[in-house]
Design a protein around this ligand. Sequence first.
Ligand code: PLP
Ligand code: COI
Length: 346
Amino acid sequence: MRQRVDLDWGNLGFSYLRTPWRFQAEHRDGAWSEGGLVADATITVEEGACALHYAQQCFEGLKAFTTPEDRSVLFRPLENARRMADSARRLLMPPPPEELFLHAVRECVRANEAYMPPHGLGAALYVRPLLIGVGDNLGLRPAPRYLLRVFCSPVGPYFKGGMKAIRLRVSRHDRVAPQGTGAFKVGGNYAGGLLATAEAKAAGYDEALYLDPIEHRWLEEAGSANVFGVLPPRARGGKARLVTPASDSILPSVTMASVLTLAAEDLGLEVERRRVAIDEVADFLEMGCTGTAAVITPVSVVHDGANDVQVGDGAAPGPVTRELYARLTGIQRGTLPDPRGWVVTV
Ligand code: PLP
Ligand code: COI
């Protein structure tokens, strides 16, 4: 067993705990530097930096897990590398090459392995890559230089209680504009969402739920995760259906893509990615959120703007959510076979 720092691993929340090392590479004059590990947890940037003024920045979130053999593994990191490249291109930033992104993530996890939570306690090492536009600038134009930074922190569940069901509240604010940046992981989307999440919490809910920004009728996603619902079978004796919103303005969740695959291929459910009206929540037998931080979090109540709508019989998590959670986390933590090669060694 490797040496670890002394932490209460089983009781971590989703908060930042500084680890000793982070990785940084720089893009300047059209090329990326090799990059390397740095100890300083602060970044000094020019006051004119585009990341500060014009939110020219994007980020990612992925997790490293410890297997029963005490090996560190990452879950589908290439998907995050690709998504960061997509976000970067949308904001006219240089996309970090996949090899650089993966190298940075691996180096960061390896260097902080004393902070890698032990297997079996429900914790993980959350890895946060970010790409920021820096250098002197004033007018509205892309930055002259960019930093790719990757840091990590041991974390527990994003929503207190882990598999305890949460309550969502439809926000009166839109998350993003039609044809805007909703499908990209850019900080500006989240700055705009802080108020929605705060209002949901102030009203006694756990997170904001967004509807589409045109008709305010179709489910989009939650503040920090995608959403799915479980609908009854079409015919008696058939399989339940798992439905998730199709939208150009939500973040394509790596966790949701994995859940849809597991639902269709392993559970034999019918899977539908389509527009889902807020009114359909009343028909859901189960509902859940998916995300790297949220994992699979069951939802028991949705406030639809007028009323609290109870999901199913209110006894979340239901059987489909439980089964998906067990399969996803089993693969991630190396206790179930991984026939699709989702898990890669650090
Ligand atoms: N939607 C939003 C707004 C998110 O912040 C996240 C988290 O990354 C997700 C969805 C889930 O994406 P993923 O499963 O790739 O972490
Ligand atoms: C993640 O799940 O990785 C995210 O980035 C969501 C964030 C709000 C913590």
